[in-house]
Design a protein around this ligand. Sequence first.
Ligand code: UDX
Length: 457
Amino acid sequence: TMAAGDAVHVGRRRHVLLFPLPYQGHINPMFRLAGLLHARGFAVTVFHTQLNAPDPARHPEYRFVPVPNGSPVPVAIEDVVAHILELGRACEAAFRDRLASVLEEYSRDTVACLVADAHLLPIFEAAARLSVPTLALRTGSAACCACFLAYPMLFQKGYLPVQESQRDMPVLELPPYRVRDLLVIGEDGGGLARELITRATAAVKTSSGLILNTFDALERRELEGLRRDLAVPVFDIGPLHKFSPAGDSSLLLPDRSCLEWLDAWPPESVLYVSFGSVACMSARDLVETAWGIAGSGVPFLWVVRPGMVSGPADHRQQQLPEGFGAATHGRGMVVTWAPQEDVLGHRAVGGFWTHAGWNSTVESICDGVPMLCSPYFGDQMGNTRYVEHAWRVGIEVGGNIERGSVEAAIFRLMTHEDGAQMRTRAGELKKAAAECTAEGGSSCLAVDKLFTHMMSL
Ligand code: UDX
């Protein structure tokens, strides 16, 4: 096979353009992809919104092109679906402008393609109008992507909209999903959610290829299904974070002192608790979570992020319950943001209580850490289903968060034989992931194919 790097050095098609969706769970995989592309010789240009703009000083090797969205996006960021849709629309015109000038500056035939987040359909459309080939990055699982493609069928067959009585019904066409594991579309028909799904699907189908942060050993059947159902090539090049030199794309400052704190604990003894960058819990759930953790007696590292508790702004300071500090003195650390990759790779960490965002799920699996999953929205229910029933590397802590059930779940994960078995299986997946990214492994070959493809567009 042609090494793409060779072609890059010829001097043509040496630029790759990127446009991430500006949320942490989408920025991280895009920057990891950027690292991979840059290491193979591409010059990287990152288009970005004003919202969550990257700090160019942290990435001197890339060029950054701000895309102003004109008027402020008229919905709150907590309103995730509406916000994604508005953001794309708001950027389209300015992006087209910026892209045109970049094309003029670089001279068109040195630009290989634009890789954009699949949720940014207007960006794909603008690029197409300027004849720039596009690749779609989807930051979720292959199973989630298959589920998006299947939405028309899910409505046709009556799985959707969700009826309360059918929530536990298996979706026969998409095992192991049950109706409740799908991106929830209620009786109202889910106007905005359906629009989001339709548009992301359209972006993938109009692109020249789909990039997924997953790997063959994890989702072989799902990837085969996608390849059967999609006319565009699919590149399973995950786990991106193991592939790419650690890209520094954290929006919040990670508290690295927790790594030293972890050093003092025996192997696999500490529970790491983090619910990602978007999920919000009620003040009540925070209290139950805190007392559940305290009651378990297990050492823990807990990320309590600014804005993690929902409710009116003046109630939003993360009030840990009175007495929590004293009750857990000496065996717990609370931080506002953690260097998650390093934490999950630390030998002291033996379990991860997560919201099952796709990045967190993949990061945990690739370090052999079993999970407790408390899904909040979007793909998190589906990811949880796979964790519990397909890979069997974790269990759900769902429904009403209550201190007693939290304690029991932590006990089961950290000290019970069940947890040990989950840890063994996670260890096997860790090994499989390492094989995929090693020379000759499936992800490594997919990266080669991706580069060859990019040079051919
Ligand atoms: C969102 C959705 O929740 C998720 O389901 C979807 O797949 C992607 O978008 P998010 O909530 O941010 O993602 O979760 P996740 O996908 O897990 O990404 C969070 C990222 O932030 C991970 O890469 C994680 O390593 C990082 N992180 C998280 C930290 O670096 N420090 C922390 O303290 C917490």
